[in-house]
Write a protein that binds this ligand. Structure first.
Ligand SMILES: Cc1cc2nc3c(=O)[nH]c(=O)nc-3n(C[C@H](O)[C@H](O)[C@H](O)COP(=O)(O)O)c2cc1C
Length: 183
């Protein structure tokens, strides 16, 4: 085995979280959906997401302070690719992707019915980093499909076939398999 020393693309060495669709509301109340993969759990109730500042998602979060996070699985991978395109605000990615929305319980933006888990969130703070802003959001409420609840109450990412982008910006995805316990 031999290791290659690299100085570019360093964060690609630790990428692995299921991709998410963030739903926000445009100023006129129309739902907007964008696909995101660069995020991390910061605490039990906070998530940080690197969001491009020109995106509708970023502008809507800044304007309204609310969003929903929706976990993507293999059956709706194509829909997530569509939500990852730069679609004008006058068109609905949700309709074009063939997704269905349902009302949230505590925030204004809706959740996506076809997603196995959804988190209702509020904007907390951000750190601007060049093109992106690292946006910290607080998790207020959640929804999870009964059949995909893991023993610890979280999402069973293996059973639910949550998808991971393993070659962004290429549309190359994988699902996790063969989990094992180390005791
Ligand atoms: C798999 C995937 C992952 C993505 N991850 C991110 C990300 O982490 N941050 C980001 O700013 N854009 C990301 N994008 C690009 C956004 O989805 C894209 O800019 C989209 O147009 C944003 O939609 P909006 O303008 O409706 O907010 C990703 C796209 C795909 C397909």
């Amino acid at each position: 085995m031999a290791k290659r020393f690299i100085e570019k693309g360093l964060t690609n060495l630790v990428r692995a979280r299921p991709i998410i669709i963030i739903v926000t509301l445009h100023p006129d109340g129309t739902p907007n959906a964008g696909t995101f993969g660069a995020y991390t759990n910061v605490s039990a109730t906070e998530i940080g997401i690197a969001i491009g500042k020109p995106s509708h998602t970023y502008k809507n979060i800044k304007a309204k302070g609310e969003l929903t996070i929706n976990v993507v699985t293999k059956p709706i991978a194509q829909a997530a690719e569509i939500c990852g395109q730069d679609i004008p605000a006058s068109r609905s990615e949700i309709d074009e992707a063939g997704l269905t929305i349902e009302p949230s319980k505590k925030v204004s933006p809706p959740i996506i019915k076809e997603c196995v888990a959804n988190i209702e969130c509020r904007y907390l703070k951000e750190i601007e980093i060049n093109y992106h802003s690292f946006v910290l959001v607080g998790c207020i409420a959640g929804h999870i499909e009964e059949e995909f609840i893991a023993d610890d109450g979280g999402l069973d990412v293996v059973k639910s076939q949550a998808i991971f982008n393993i070659g962004y910006p290429e549309p190359l995805y994988a699902i996790l398999g063969n989990p094992f316990m180390v005791r």
